[in-house]
Design a protein around this ligand. Structure first.
Ligand code: MN
Length: 231
C-alpha cells in the first residue's frame, strides 16, 4: 500500500476535561431498555440482570457536541430524546471478566441517543433493522469526557433531561438493570472491544418528542451537563 485514494476522515472525538488531547471515538455501542420504567413506557417487559440485554450500534460519525445546533432530521415526524450515561473505553479486550471490567473505562460523559421513534416502531413491527432510526447525522450528541482516574466505581446519582426548562427525564443511575461492569463483560463476549469504543448505557423513563426550536439540557450527577438546540 502506498497511500489512500483520498484522505481518510479524521476520527470523531470527545473533548477531555483537563486535557488538550481529545479522545478518538472508534465505535458507538448502545444498550436497549436498561431501566425497567423505560421498558414499561415502551410497552415491553423489563429484562433481568441474569438475562442478556439488547445491544445495537450507532455510527461514530453521528457524534455531535455540547452547544451544537442539531438540525431536525429528515424522514421522521417523531424525534425522541434519550439521555444516557456514556462510558468511554481506554482499553479493549474479549471475554472481559465483570470483576475487572472497570479497568477498561477511560472516562464518562453525558450523551443523547436521539431516535427517530416512528421509524424505530415501523422497524420493530416489521421485524426489520433499526439502523436508520438510531443512526443519522448528529444523532449522538455527547459532552465533555471526564476521566475516571483511579476510580473503579461507576458514577452514581441522578440522570436528568429537560426540554425548554421542563424536566422530562429524571432517573437514577443505580436503577440500571445491567450495571456498567456487567454490560462491558457481556458485550465483550460477542465482540472484541477496542480502545476508543464508547458504550451508551440506556435511558431512564420519560422519553418524548422534540420539536424545532427546543433547547435540550442533560445532566448526570458528578459527570456534568450537555446542552443542544434542535432547529
Ligand atoms: Mn438509548
Amino acid at each position: 500500500m502506498t497511500g489512500y485514494v483520498f484522505p481518510p476522515a479524521p476520527p470523531p472525538f470527545l473533548p477531555v476535561a483537563g486535557r488538550r488531547e481529545v479522545f478518538p471515538v472508534r465505535r458507538i455501542f448502545c444498550v436497549g431498555q436498561n431501566y425497567a420504567l423505560h421498558a414499561a413506557e415502551m410497552g415491553a417487559k423489563a429484562g433481568t440482570a441474569e438475562g442478556s440485554p439488547v445491544f445495537f450500534m450507532k455510527p461514530a460519525d453521528s457524534l455531535a457536541h455540547d452547544g451544537d445546533i442539531i438540525p431536525y432530521p429528515p424522514q421522521t415526524a417523531s424525534l425522541h430524546h434519550e439521555v444516557e450515561l456514556v462510558a468511554a473505553l481506554g482499553m479493549g479486550g474479549a471475554d472481559i471478566p465483570e470483576q475487572s471490567a472497570m479497568e477498561h473505562v477511560f472516562g464518562y460523559t453525558v450523551g443523547l441517543d436521539l431516535t427517530r421513534r416512528d421509524l424505530q416502531k415501523l422497524a420493530k413491527d416489521g421485524g426489520k433493522p433499526w439502523d436508520l432510526a438510531k443512526g443519522f447525522d448528529h444523532a449522538t450528541p455527547c459532552g465533555l469526557l471526564i476521566p475516571a482516574g483511579a476510580s473503579q466505581t461507576p458514577p452514581q446519582g441522578a440522570i436528568q433531561l429537560s426540554v425548554n426548562g421542563d424536566i422530562r427525564q429524571d432517573g437514577q443511575l443505580a436503577d440500571m438493570i445491567w450495571p456498567l461492569p456487567r454490560l462491558i463483560a457481556i458485550l465483550s463476549r460477542f465482540i472484541t472491544l477496542q480502545p476508543g469504543d464508547i458504550l451508551m448505557t440506556g435511558t431512564p423513563a420519560g422519553v418524548g418528542a422534540l420539536e424545532s426550536g427546543d433547547k435540550v439540557d442533560a445532566h448526570i450527577d458528578g459527570i456534568g451537563d450537555l446542552s443542544v438546540t434542535i432547529r
